[in-house]
Design a protein around this ligand. Structure first.
Ligand SMILES: [Zn+2]
Length: 83
């Protein structure tokens, strides 16, 4: 079994880790013209290093979203206090 992302061999003894990864993309056509690009996702076996990297990235994205929401609230509070 090989990692779907980096291709490194995953020993059989290790419990296989599956993650939702991008498996491809396709174009949505409307009236013969490309109107949208859709990514397809699927569960694939990845090695522990890639799984960790994906988890870290997901956590980082989550943190950025949270910080963004907090920043928006702070901005709103500042705007209101100045009026
Ligand atoms: Zn990998």
């Amino acid at each position: 079994m090989n990692c779907y992302l980096c291709g490194s061999k995953i020993p059989q003894a290790i419990r296989q880790t599956r993650r939702r990864v991008q498996t491809g993309d396709r174009f949505v056509r409307r009236n013969g013209r490309i109107s949208n690009r859709k990514f397809t996702f699927g569960m694939r076996v990845v090695c522990s290093a890639c799984a960790r990297r994906m988890d870290r990235k997901r956590d980082a994205d989550q943190l950025i979203r949270n910080l963004g929401a907090i920043g928006l609230l702070v901005l709103l509070a500042l705007l209101l206090s100045f009026n």
